[in-house]
Write a new protein. Structure first.
Ligand SMILES: Cc1cc2nc3c(=O)[nH]c(=O)nc-3n(C[C@H](O)[C@H](O)[C@H](O)COP(=O)(O)O)c2cc1C
Length: 192
């Protein structure tokens, strides 16, 4: 039998996000975030195109983004409570890793594969944070796709979008387990 890494398997079978709104300061420091980013960058990537990149938001940058989100939400005519929720998502985040999907021109690797890789990076960043003992949550919302906001707040190129904001911080609650899929309903075993 191959050797079992029980700690890793147990982590994968019990991992659970911590809701962004329950995260408080302190955020992990730069050294810890770099380890989390290393975990994210160690993601399968067909053709080694690196079709993703990171923006780490800390301190005043989070307040600046919150203000830009508010300005854009108001310009879009969003209801007051939605404006507040979107702003607070950044204003109250102890830190956030923005995983940017940044597809490259390739004859060999279709864009969908590059997008899938960016999603995998988000999970790896999330798991890297959780495994490091920090609370973390992968979220998106309209802020991940609104082109004017992506340009003004994050300086993204026209072909880029946000695959995920992974908010990081100190956890305050251990959330109850959520409903998980029943494997039999999503799995076909084919052996002949
Ligand atoms: C691409 C993507 C976007 C998400 N966006 C949001 C979001 O904007 N707001 C939210 O509350 N949850 C969002 N979620 C769900 C959260 O990650 C949620 O906390 C997750 O269901 C917890 O799962 P886990 O315990 O298995 O890690 C998103 C999930 C994914 C995969």
């Amino acid at each position: 039998m191959p050797e079992r890494n029980s700690a890793a398997v147990d982590f994968l079978l019990t991992r659970r996000s911590r809701p962004a709104k329950t995260l408080i300061a302190p955020a992990p420091d730069r050294a810890v975030i770099e380890v989390i980013l290393q975990a994210g960058a160690r993601t399968p990537d067909h053709g080694c195109l690196e079709p993703w990149r990171f923006i780490v938001l800390q301190g005043a940058a989070l307040q600046r983004v919150a203000e830009q989100v508010g300005t854009r939400a108001n310009a879009l005519g969003k209801p007051v409570e939605q404006v507040e929720k979107a702003c607070n998502s950044f204003a109250n985040a102890p830190a956030s890793i923005v995983v940017v999907s940044s597809p490259k021109v390739s004859e060999k690797v279709p864009e969908i594969e590059q997008t899938l890789s960016a999603g995998a990076v988000c999970l790896s960043v999330l798991n890297g944070a959780l495994a490091s003992g920090w609370g973390a949550n992968w979220i998106t919302g309209w802020m991940a796709f609104d082109r004017p906001l992506l340009q003004s707040a994050f300086n993204l190129q026209a072909n880029e979008f946000v695959a995920g904001f992974v908010h990081l911080g100190t956890e305050t609650v251990t959330p109850q387990e959520r409903k998980r899929p029943v494997l039999d309903t999503i799995t076909s075993w084919i052996d002949e």
